[in-house]
Write a protein that binds this ligand. Sequence first.
Ligand code: FMN
Length: 396
Amino acid sequence: MRIVVGVCGGIAAYKVVGVIRTLVLQGHDVHVIPTDEALRFIGAPTLEAISRNPIATDLFDGVAEVKHVALGQSADVILIAPATANTIAKLATGLSDNLLTNSVLASTAPLVIAPAMHTEMWQNPATQHNVATLVDRGAHIVWPESGQLTGSDVGVGRLAEPEVIVDAVTAATGPKDLAGKTVVVTAGGTREPIDPVRFIGNRSSGRQGVALAEAARDRGADVVLIGANLEVPPPIGIEFAPVSTVAELRDAVVSRATGADIIVMAAAVSDYRPVNVAETKMKKDAVGDAVSIDLTANPDILAELGAQQHPRPVLVGFAAETEADADALAALGAGKLERKNADLIAVNRVDEGRGFGAADNEALIVASGGRIVATVDGSKRVVADAILDAALEVQR
Ligand SMILES: Cc1cc2nc3c(=O)[nH]c(=O)nc-3n(C[C@H](O)[C@H](O)[C@H](O)COP(=O)(O)O)c2cc1C
C-alpha cells in the first residue's frame, strides 16, 4: 500500500518513527509529510531514512508535478500522527494552508488520525467538536491514551502506542465484511449494590469490549455497545447504552437481541447479587466486626440467549480463567460453550498484567466440540478482529 504519513508539531513526533518503521517493514511504500512545526521537533534526515523516501514539506516544491494534490490522490490511506489540535481544527474546517492539509483535502483515501496533546487541549470543547466532525465524515480516530504527559502532569492526551496506530491503519484499509450486519457487544464490569456507597464488582475495564465495538464499526457493522461502568470512553459512531447491574445489562441485551446478527458478551458479570440492598450506608458501629451478606444468583444472560430458537444471532461468550495450561483453558471454554449453548467462547487468561485493564490480551477462541478456531496474542484490537472473523465463519 502507498501510505502518506502526516506528522505534526508536537512532542510525540519522535514516537511516529516507530510507526513508520513498522509500516515500511510490513512492505508499504511510505511517504512522510511533516508540517513546518513538526520539523522543529524531529529531523528530516530521520524521517527520510526511516521511510526510505524523500519527505515533502513545502507546498511550493515540485509544482510541475502538482504535488499539493498528487500525494493525496495517490495515497491508499493517510495517517496523521501525532495530530495536533491545530491540524485537527484545520481539517475539520477544510483549511488547506500547507502541504499536509492540501493532501488530505485532495484525497478520497481513508484518513486515520492519532491525536496527541495536553489534557486541557484535548478536552477543550473546540477540539472535541472538531474530532466529532471528522468522525462524522468517516475519519478513524486512534484515541489518545491516559498517562504521563510531557511535563509532570498526568491525564488523557498521550499518543497511542505505535502498534495500536499500525493496527488502526490496517483496520481502516481492511474489508467491510460486516456491512449490513448488526453487532451487539457488552463491555465492562457490572456492579451490584450492597448499600448506596458499596458494591460487588470486578476488575474489568471494558477495553476489550470497546475494541470489539470499534472493530465491528470499522468493518461496516451497525454496532450497539452495552457498557457497564467503562473505564474508557465508548467509541463514536455507534449506539451506546450505559448500564450498571446485571439486571440492567440483561434487559438491554435481550431488548436488542432481536434483529442482531452477532452478540458478543465481553462484559464481566457478577454471578450473584445481595439479597437485600441497604437504603442507607451500612455503619461499622451498627453491623459490628463480622458481617455476612446474603447473596442470590443473578440471571444467566448467556444461557438465556443460547436457549433462543434458531435462527438466532451468533452468540460469543467470554471466559476469564486463571489456569496457566492451554489445554485446561480450552477444556474450560468447551465446557462453558456446551452449558450455555453458545457458538464461540473466547477464553482469556487473567492474572497480574494480563487481561483486565491491560492493553494486550491473549485468547483462545473455542467453537463447538472444543475445536480451537484461533489462538491470539496481541492488542485488544487484534483479539477483537480474530473474534469477529470467527463469528463470521460460524454465520456462513
Ligand atoms: C514544546 C511544544 C510542544 C507542543 N506539543 C503539542 C502537542 O503535543 N499537541 C498539540 O496539539 N500542540 C502542541 N504544541 C503546539 C503546536 O506546535 C502548535 O499548535 C503548532 O502550530 C502546530 O502546528 P501543526 O499543526 O502545523 O504541526 C506544542 C508546542 C510546543 C512549543
